[in-house]
Design a protein around this ligand. Structure first.
Ligand code: ACO
Length: 334
């Protein structure tokens, strides 16, 4: 069996910065409320005039990752694209990245696992590499939340949290024992509707929504049962980290850097305390980007790497929890 290592990382975020003060002009909220409950100070929201979309942002992040890996697009054997906000209902954006990068007709797979999407995608790619099927796989997480948020007081509990952006890695065959040590994937579908965007989709199609013409219908905006999500998140994040450590005969305290899905700074701080980790052992950038769902881990990984927070031989733990519910972790020896 081969091992798989992250050979290149890149990220792209839209230029348009939306501060909490900007949100105060759209809805009844305050910088104080948002910072106290979530830690978020600003986020990037796509300016539609730029033409940025999940596929184009993913492609930009991928181009950086490919270059940093010392490769060209033609070296890529497979694409895994994680998003909950695809450009189209179908097809998914994996094929658009194949086209935008001008790569030969390789396979492209779309992953629908929301906040856990990037770790799920990484796990899929890891299996393809370990079995020898592929050498270089692009794993992308990209989200365009801002276009679908309800930017009024009614939607404020969700809208203030989410941001747009993309991150990507090139996962590459390695033979030196370094790289992804293990991945761990879970789901609990009975809570699917606690954090979801229900319609329009086949269970509640466009013509039904339009024929009802019901102003109180919010089914086409994201719904989140915040307290319920918080309670499950802190439990499942912790379990995922402990599981990854145990599978590799280490303790959570041995992790050099935990890069959690940037869900909410209060969730991450809770986990940090529960795991007994120091500030140096946990990476946060939600303050500047908000929650970018499938993109949050690769963006954070990219920034942590650029800031010199990841060194050769370090144990890096990625952990995520989100809509589904799904949760996942990966332990990596850098
Ligand atoms: N600005 C001002 N007031 C607000 C806002 C806002 N943006 N949003 C809600 N409020 C109000 C509510 O209307 C409510 O007012 P009321 O008491 O008069 O009815 C009050 O604040 C408290 O509302 P709650 O929803 O109970 O707020 P809570 O204290 O639970 O905080 C939050 C909300 C931050 C979302 C919290 O539930 C939380 O942290 N949840 C975790 C979920 C999370 O962060 N998910 C991230 C995305 S999912 C993921 O990535 C896993």
């Amino acid at each position: 069996m081969y091992t798989s290592r992250i050979a290149g990382i890149g990220h792209y975020v839209p230029d348009n910065v939306v501060t909490n003060a900007d949100l105060e002009k759209m809805m009844d909220t305050s910088d104080e409320w948002i910072v106290e409950r979530t830690g978020i100070k600003e986020r990037r929201w796509i300016d539609p005039s730029t033409g940025d979309l999940p596929s184009t942002m993913g492609t930009k992040a991928a181009q950086i990752a490919i270059e940093k890996a010392g490769l060209t697009p033609d070296d890529i054997d497979f694409i895994v694209f994680a998003t909950l906000s695809p450009d189209y209902y179908f097809p998914g954006p994996g094929v658009q990245v194949q086209d935008q990068l001008g790569i030969k007709e390789i396979g492209a797979l779309d992953v629908r696992n929301q906040c856990s999407g990037f770790v799920y995608g990484l796990s899929v790619a890891d299996q393809f590499i370990k079995t020898g099927m592929y050498r270089n796989i692009l794993v992308i997480g990209s989200e365009y939340h801002s276009g679908g948020l309800e930017k009024t007081t009614r939607g404020r509990n969700v809208t203030v949290i989410f941001g747009d952006g993309a991150g990507a890695v090139v996962l590459q065959r390695g033979e030196d024992g370094k790289g992804i040590l293990s991945t761990h994937l879970h789901s609990e579908g009975k809570h699917a509707e606690e954090l979801a965007l229900i319609g329009p989709a086949t269970s509640r199609w466009v013509d039904q929504i339009m024929s009802e013409n019901d102003e109180s219908d919010t089914s086409y905006f994201p719904y989140m049962n915040g307290n319920f999500v918080f309670k499950h998140a802190v439990t499942r994040f912790s379990e995922a980290i402990i599981e990854a450590a145990a599978a590799n005969n280490v303790q959570p305290a041995d992790i050099n850097l935990l890069i959690p899905h940037q869900a909410n700074l209060r969730i991450t701080q809770f986990i940090q305390r529960k795991m007994g980790l120091s500030d140096d052992q946990v990476y946060n950038n939600i303050q500047r980007y908000g929650n970018t769902t499938a993109a949050s881990i690769p963006i954070a990984l990219s920034e942590a790497h650029m800031e010199g927070r990841i060194k050769d031989g370090d144990l890096i733990c990625l952990a995520a929890f989100g809509s589904g519910f799904t949760w996942a972790s990966a332990l990596i020896k850098w």
